[in-house]
Design a protein around this ligand. Sequence first.
Ligand code: FPP
Length: 235
Amino acid sequence: MTFKNLPRHIAVIMDGNGRWAKKRNLDRIYGHIEGIKSLKSVVEGVIEYKIKYLTVYAFSSENWQRPENEVDSLMELLDEYIELELPYLIKNKIRLNFIGDIGRLPDKSKTAVSKAAEKTKNGGELTLTLALSYGSKEEILNAVSKIAEDVKKGAIEFTDINDKLFSSYLYTAGTPDPDLLIRTSGELRLSNFMLYQTAYAELYFTKTLWPDFRKKNLIAALKNYEKRIRRFGKT
Ligand code: FPP
């Protein structure tokens, strides 16, 4: 399969794990376990098409309000994913990156996250960013307060504030904005994910639940993206 134009950065809201499990009378955690298989399949596809950035919403700041056993299981899955995937990530030159309020993670996960970031930092083929304890409004407010602080200190002038400077205060500093945002499971909203960064992203919604979303579904999304005409507000 070849494409005339491909996104440089894909962002994904991996939704529908709970419903996938419920349909099979399984505990929600099995949906998340199957969801990891989807993530691996999508990563393979992204590498095959030489897409340079993939950012996935793995845990939102609101997800802390889920039952304790689900939160604990998700954190364990995260640790396990990192440990098991690290050799593959290194071998395929994938840089594992993290955005969100990482300080809120359990100590074990914090250690796993920083170790993985360090060990994969030279990966130049793909930057795979996991959004963990991530909320876009928080990210924006955090940027605003740091900018205010820097203006007060005299480190920057308030006339310096523009898109480029603002972006450099976000968790995603240094990463280009997503060109394509995929949300699975039929929900039609952004749920506090990359609100600033997706200003001009093409949106792709599919009813497929995340655990069923594999490389072939990614290809369908890429085919759809190929047909979009991006004007960025121009004629
Ligand atoms: C949304 O489904 C999904 C999540 C809250 C977690 C996404 C996590 C994974 C795909 C696996 C974990 C990945 C890593 C790397 C740790 P939902 O539970 O909200 O589904 P529902 O809307 O059907 O209830």
